[in-house]
Write a protein that binds this ligand. Structure first.
Ligand code: ADP
Length: 771
């Protein structure tokens, strides 16, 4: 950590309260030193202060050694002065290490350094988050109390660092565990720790269940259930325990009397309620019935919000929240207009399809808030079991409703905007196909009487406005695709990213970090530098993270140097974010033998895909390594076959293949959608390596070849060209048959990239090989 970020701030010791970044918490501050620190912070430090917990919460005036060394830099949002204490609301900014702590008798002062999150690989992160959501959903209906805040947040789509911090903030954990979640900087590591915590809770709950089951079995075994129950009732009465069950039933009765329910639900509830009152409270079955009643009565049956019908206001909201995306917004408006005209019947479901970070989720939340509807989200990624959509039967131990009903309960109304995230990542296996259940959900003919296995009573989903999102159209099951009105969102150009950052991301981060607008300045040129050298993505997620990191450091710099504002320039960027992560442009790159830049279409949008070929002594085998699917491998084999059979034309020595093996390697992490489009790339790399001729570094290519050397068309030209443009490539070889698709490519790209349409591999070689 760089020198100049060491700084002094007032420190408040807490009794076991830990605040995590981006979390808000209210604390009552009573100790003299802490009150002083708060006053000082408000007066001289822009409201910034560090909170750190003491190890033993019973000590009144902790010595330095009795405090942890990692705490949180927080911003004071509000202070209410009460008699003898302050009620302070803090919002967490960033983890810090306290290097030195001074106690001047009046208050604590610390010299701190900022600690940065370490972000792991995106794939791992996705997998971990998915796992956490499913763990949550698994235990949501058991007795484990997951705070509502976490559930709400999970359903609204948050980033991994936020998720882990939110969890750490609200899940009841012992102090040491909480502190270790604060001290762990690696986000994926934190996510893992969370999974462990949830599983611990699950294990405990299971043990409890088993004990309950045993108790019950024994009672049955002795066939004295009735007698015992009566006896227990008497004992409970003695102990005043009856109260408990009374409270539950009171709550259920209150729900029943205060809310409208369909008759069939009311009857069912009353029947279950009678059963519940009869069951011994300690029995496992009692818990099962209580959970069921809770679901049945707290799922909304009639409650709804009033829609705002003014479509102009909706458009205005969409425009306020999002830069550009005009076509997408137009389509959304058309969709909403038609829906309004025709009522809800038979309108297809809106599906936003595109790479990550291009604003799909945030458009959906905008739609919800513009229409004044509640917003909920269920992730379908990795769902492979119909029961996850439709729930398990009640007889099944630990059963609960499926994700749809879970979402409805969270929404609390019958007409939310319901985001079905990652609809392209559903899988089917032996446990049954979730697609058919989803079809029922999305079909207006059938979803009036949606059946959930757990709930048992038919549920009306017809007022819900479903919005689906996915990364890749081709992966959405065919039958579902028919029900969807697909709206494509594509990668952003650099220009668009620049505007999004200026108008949305920067103001958002300034606000979130308690800065004033004038305190954080960055020129367009430097913003572009950030985009080019610190991000490489289709959307703007990484960019948002980067800006957020700069904003947090600005807070500190303002505090430390007492500066009025910080103007972000290249030196500051290097100092705060480290050396550039991505090279831009091909200037630095040399022409090389056997290395060709291919273009791929991945679930994260387009990407450049370098391919390398080397040869060494051997017997003419082709070895393919790296991240390739079967289709890509086959494509490499076709290329190899082609080169072998035309060896003479390329002036490759006749016995070359008898004495050499050839290795084709795809080094980069991008995993292409398994479509064939790398044929020309493989062939060019092979010929370059085998004839020892260099390939021009400024060229990229895409196209499939036949065994005769003809170039066949490919998909995803727009995304691929955006990716090439992103890294500063100037020439792209494309199949002649794709020339017509160039109209879809944004103008900025067409202006700066030279597209070279070709029909045969010879033309490709002529362009790519350096003479
Ligand atoms: P997705 O759901 O497509 O993966 P998100 O909706 O999570 O992407 O978007 C990531 C972030 O980028 C959000 O903070 C979102 O508000 C912001 N964002 C994306 N596109 C735009 C845009 N066109 N205008 C303003 N902000 C945007």
């Amino acid at each position: 950590m760089s020198e100049n970020l060491n700084m002094n701030v007032p420190v408040v010791a807490t009794r076991g309260v830990i605040v995590f970044p981006e979390q808000e918490i209210m604390i009552e501050v009573g100790r003299g030193k802490s009150i002083h620190a708060i006053d000082e912070a408000e007066q001289y430090f822009n409201g910034h202060v560090v909170l750190v917990s003491q190890k033993d919460i019973l000590i009144d005036d902790p010595h330095k050694d009795e405090l942890y060394t990692v705490g949180t830099l927080v911003h004071i949002k509000s202070v209410k002065r009460k008699q003898g204490f302050l009620r302070v609301t803090f919002s967490g900014l960033q983890r810090v290490r306290i290097e030195q702590l001074v106690d001047d008798g009046k208050m604590l002062f610390g010299t701190i350094t900022l600690l940065e999150d370490v972000i792991g690989t995106e794939d791992e992160e996705l997998a971990l988050i998915r796992r956490i959501s499913s763990e949550f959903e698994k235990i949501a209906s058991t007795n484990i109390a997951i705070p509502q805040e976490i559930i709400n947040q999970l359903t609204q789509g948050i980033s991994a660092p936020q998720l882990s911090d939110q969890f750490a903030q609200y899940f009841p954990l012992q102090l040491e565990r909480k502190q270790s979640l604060l001290e762990e900087l690696n986000v994926n590591e934190r996510l893992l720790m969370i999974i462990e915590e949830i599983q611990r809770e699950q294990t405990l709950a299971m043990i409890e269940n088993t004990i309950n089951e045993k108790v019950k079995d024994r009672v049955e075994e002795n066939q004295r259930e009735y007698y015992l129950r009566e006896k227990m009732r008497a004992i409970r009465e003695e102990l005043g325990d009856v109260q408990d069950i009374g409270e539950d039933t009171d709550e259920f009765r209150k729900l029943l009397s205060e809310n409208p329910y369909p008759d069939h639900v009311r009857e069912k509830a009353e029947e279950e309620l009678r059963r519940y009152e009869m069951l011994p409270q300690a029995s496992g079955e009692s818990g099962v019935v209580r959970t069921y009643l809770d679901w049945l009565l707290k799922t909304p049956w009639y409650q709804q919000t009033e829609d705002i019908e003014d479509l102009n206001a909706v458009r205005q909201k969409l425009d306020e929240d999002h830069f550009g995306l005009d076509k997408v917004k137009d389509r959304i408006m058309e969709y909403l207009a038609v829906k309004q005209m025709t009522g809800n019947l038979d309108a297809p479901i809106l599906a936003l399809v595109g790479p990550p970070g291009v604003g799909k989720t945030s458009l959906a939340t905008s739609i919800a808030s513009a229409l004044n509807r509640k917003f909920v989200k269920a992730s379908l990624g990795g769902v492979r079991d119909e029961a996850e959509i439709r729930g398990h039967r009640r007889t099944y131990l630990g059963s609960m409703p499926g994700r749809i009903i879970q979402g409805m309960k969270k929404a609390g109304v019958v007409n939310p905007v319901f985001l079905l995230d990652e609809i392209d990542k559903m899988a089917s296996d032996y446990k049954g196909d979730p697609t058919s259940a989803m079809l029922e959900v999305l079909d207006p003919e059938q979803n009036k009487l949606f059946s959930d296995n757990y709930l048992e009573e038919p549920y009306d989903l017809s007022q819900v406005m479903f919005v689906a999102t996915g990364n890749y159209l081709g992966d959405i099951p065919e039958a579902l695709r028919d029900r969807l009105e697909i709206i494509n969102l594509s990668s952003y150009t650099e220009e668009e990213k620049l505007n999004i950052a200026k108008r949305h991301l920067i103001p958002k981060q300034i606000k979130a970090n308690g800065l004033k607008k004038s305190q954080f300045k960055i020129s367009d040129a430097n913003l572009r530098y950030l985009i080019r050298h610190y991000t490489r993505e289709a959307g703007v997620r990484q960019l948002e993270r980067t800006i957020s990191s700069l904003a947090r450091k600005t807070v500190l710099a303002v505090l430390k140097d007492g500066k009025e504002s910080v103007t972000i320039n290249k030196e500051i960027i290097t100092e705060w974010l480290g050396q550039v992560i991505f090279e831009y442009g091909q200037k630095e790159k040399r022409d090389q033998v056997g290395v060709v830049t291919g273009l791929a279409f991945t679930q994260f949008g387009g990407d450049v895909l370098p391919i390398e070929v080397t040869t060494f002594e051997g017997k003419g085998r082709l070895i393919v390594t790296g991240q390739l699917g079967d289709v890509m491998k086959e494509s490499a084999e076709i290329a190899f076959g082609y080169v072998k059979s035309h060896a003479k034309e390329f002036k490759i020595t006749p016995d070359f293949f008898e004495k050499h093996d050839v290795q084709v390697h795809v080094p980069e992490g991008a995993v292409p959608k398994d479509g064939p489009s790398a044929g020309v790339t493989f062939t060019t790399a092979l010929i370059s390596a085998l004839t020892n001729r260099k390939v021009a570094a400024d060229i990229a290519m895409t196209g499939e070849i036949t065994l005769r050397g003809n170039v066949l068309p490919i998909g995803g030209l727009k995304e691929k060209s955006l990716a090439a443009h992103r890294v500063g490539i100037k020439r792209i070889v494309i199949p002649k048959m794709n020339e017509k698709d160039l109209v879809d490519v944004p103008e900025v790209v067409r202006e700066s990239v030279n597209f070279i349409p070709v029909e045969t591999i010879d033309q490709v070689l002529k362009e790519a090989l350096v003479q």
